[in-house]
Design a protein around this ligand. Structure first.
Ligand code: PMP
Length: 394
């Protein structure tokens, strides 16, 4: 039986059409397959490998931690230096109000924790989310994800969740004194790479503050330099009460976090104590990787690179069939005219050794999320390949 057949037989499948690449190894911007092919990973494992695959600083930190200890105790009991080092560095680059970090293992867990924290802190249960959002596939995150096709098979989900139009002033008065939290992506990812309008975001912040509602920013996809700032909220001058992070945080290791203030986190300490715990959250190897990853991001010119990628992509990807290139930094979407063209371009580029992808809620948008270590030469080559592919397939 081939490896692909074994994969299909024993690994639970989430569709009938997996990409099915058989991975041999991955390094920098490249993924190598067992049949000797090399792909440029232009989606960074969906916005994870921002420093490329196996960045040497991250690998060194992982190896050093392997020689010290792996899991020792459930979350929050023992002092584990990699967690402390990383949390200290992370909070040092965040606004003062975001001074404590709760570590989890994934993006959806970060959102779950944030929602519970907001409910506990406010004593309220009403939640506000946005149409076309994506927050993860566990029940709480799915409850605030704004796409019925994913929600309907799992109803009933959390009650008292209301969905507003993204970038619309309509219904903002739903943010009231009964509301625990507003949860949103400052740049919608799976919804089709849609940045929030600055004035609108400021208005949401104002209404949240006025009504004692916690504003949760899901920066799981946009965080850690992808948009040309360390965090997307910095583009807007709007600070959330809770910031949710994952994906690119630990340089390819699994890790998530929600960050808030010491005062808000008090809510997790009582009634009952230990009311939010996790066995593996903040795993020391992931934490060591995250610390090395963030130090590297802070020491290089990666944010400038993300902005450079945006300028290049917006400059080169023009012409018939292309509606626009949307997004900020290296969190970009190439909006094409039709679903057929989108599919043809992604497939055509795949045959040329270029990994692109869709976003979950849009079938006319090509996701572009290259690693921030990409050279100008490779970037030019890839953008030219995409441009030529659109021209050929129109
Ligand atoms: N929020 C956003 C904005 C995301 O893009 C994702 C993953 N695509 C998630 C949450 C869920 O993260 P995870 O898959 O790590 O649970």
């Amino acid at each position: 039986m081939s490896s692909l057949d074994q994969f299909k037989k024993h690994i639970a499948q989430t569709s009938d059409f997996p990409i099915g690449l058989e991975i041999s190894h991955a390094e920098g911007p490249y993924i190598h397959t067992t049949d000797g092919k090399k792909f440029v990973d232009f989606i960074s494992g969906i916005a994870v490998s921002s420093l490329g695959h196996r960045h040497h600083k991250v690998i060194e930190a992982i190896k050093a931690q392997l020689d010290k200890h792996l899991h020792v105790m459930v979350y929050g009991e023992f002092v584990q230096q990699p967690q402390v080092d990383f949390a200290e560095l992370l909070t040092s680059i965040l606004p003062d109000a975001l001074d404590q970090v709760y570590f989890v293992n994934s993006g959806t867990e970060a959102n779950e924790g944030a929602l519970k924290l907001a409910k506990k802190h406010t004593g309220r249960s009403k939640l506000i989310g946005f149409k076309n959002s994506y927050h993860g596939d566990t029940h709480g995150s799915l409850s605030v994800t704004g796409r019925d096709v994913y929600r309907d098979p799992y109803l009933p989900l959390l009650p008292d969740v209301h969905f507003l139009e993204f970038n619309s002033a309509k219904s903002l008065d739903l943010i009231d004194k009964d509301t625990a939290a507003v949860i949103m992506e400052p740049i919608q990812g799976e919804g089709g790479i849609i940045p929030a309008n600055e004035e609108w975001l400021k208005e949401i912040r104002r209404r949240c503050s006025e009504n004692g509602v916690l504003l949760i920013f899901d920066e799981i996809q946009s965080g850690f330099g992808r948009t040309g700032k360390m965090f997307a909220f910095e583009h807007y001058g709007v600070v959330p009460d809770i910031l949710c992070l994952a994906k690119a945080m630990a340089g390819g290791m699994p890790m998530g976090a929600f960050v808030s203030s010491t005062q808000i986190f008090q809510a997790f300490k009582y009634d009952p104590p230990l009311n939010h715990v996790t066995t593996f959250g903040g795993h020391p190897v992931s934490a060591a990787a995250a610390y090395a990853n963030l130090r590297e991001l802070l020491s290089g010119d990666y944010l400038e690179k993300a902005t450079f990628i945006e300028q290049k992509a917006k400059g080169i990807l023009k012409g018939k069939g292309i509606v626009e290139v949307r997004g900020k930094g290296a969190m970009l979407g190439l909006q094409l005219e039709s679903k057929m063209l989108t599919q043809a371009v992604v497939e055509d580029c795949f045959t040329k050794g270029l990994l692109l992808g869709w976003t979950l809620h849009s079938d006319t948008l090509v996701r572009l999320a290259p690693p921030l270590i990409i050279t100008e030469e490779l970037l030019d080559e890839i953008l030219e390949t995409i441009r030529a592919s659109v021209a050929k397939n129109i």
